[in-house]
Ligand binder design. Structure first.
Ligand code: SF4
Length: 173
């Protein structure tokens, strides 16, 4: 049966004329050789929701954090990530003087093989960041023009390119 599927009964061009089981083939009798077999319905992927903070300082630099060495995007630079908006707002206020609530940007989706990641960017500005010194190991404040110097996950890179189209420079596109 597997040989039949691999040689004669292919999905796009079944060779019914020379098929040894043509006489008893239900697909042929019912004129369904073009429709069968149907593609397996795709399994719905689970959805994970997260919030990414686009935090700018007074010099229009953006805060990036290094991700843990293991797990998705291990070791790459990314935006601070939170489970909900309240946590992002609280964390933001701990970093310095800021508006009460970050501005919510439209949610976007990145799809992995096993799940969809829905991420909602939150835009906030810090007037007097407590941590305004570049920390090369875990946290950096970077100008959009310098993002190309860092390894960024694709959706983070895309978000930053869309949000700072004038400033973002990346010779690799
Ligand atoms: S007759 Fe049926 S089994 Fe044979 S090639 Fe055509 S569709 Fe496939």
């Amino acid at each position: 049966m597997m040989d039949l599927g691999a040689t004669l009964c292919t999905r796009n061009k079944p060779l019914c004329e020379i098929c040894p089981v043509a006489a008893s083939c239900q697909a042929r009798q019912q004129g369904l050789t073009r429709q069968l077999p149907q593609a397996k319905p795709r399994k719905a992927l689970p959805i994970k929701q997260t919030y990414w903070l686009l935090l700018q300082d007074a010099d229009d630099r953006i805060l990036l954090e290094k991700r843990p060495p293991t797990g998705i995007w291990g070791g790459l630079w990314s935006l601070p990530e939170f489970d909900d908006m309240a946590a992002a707002g609280n964390w933001c206020r701990q970093q310095g003087r800021t508006e009460q609530t970050p501005q919510v940007l439209p949610t976007r989706r990145h799809t992995f093989s096993h799940y969809h990641l829905d991420y909602t960017p939150l835009l906030a500005r810090l007037e007097n960041p407590r941590n305004n010194v570049m920390e090369a190991d875990r946290t950096v404040w970077y100008k959009a023009a310098d993002f190309a110097l860092l390894g960024l996950p694709t959706p983070v890179k895309r978000l930053l390119q869309q949000h700072y189209p004038e400033d973002y420079y990346d010779e690799n596109g």
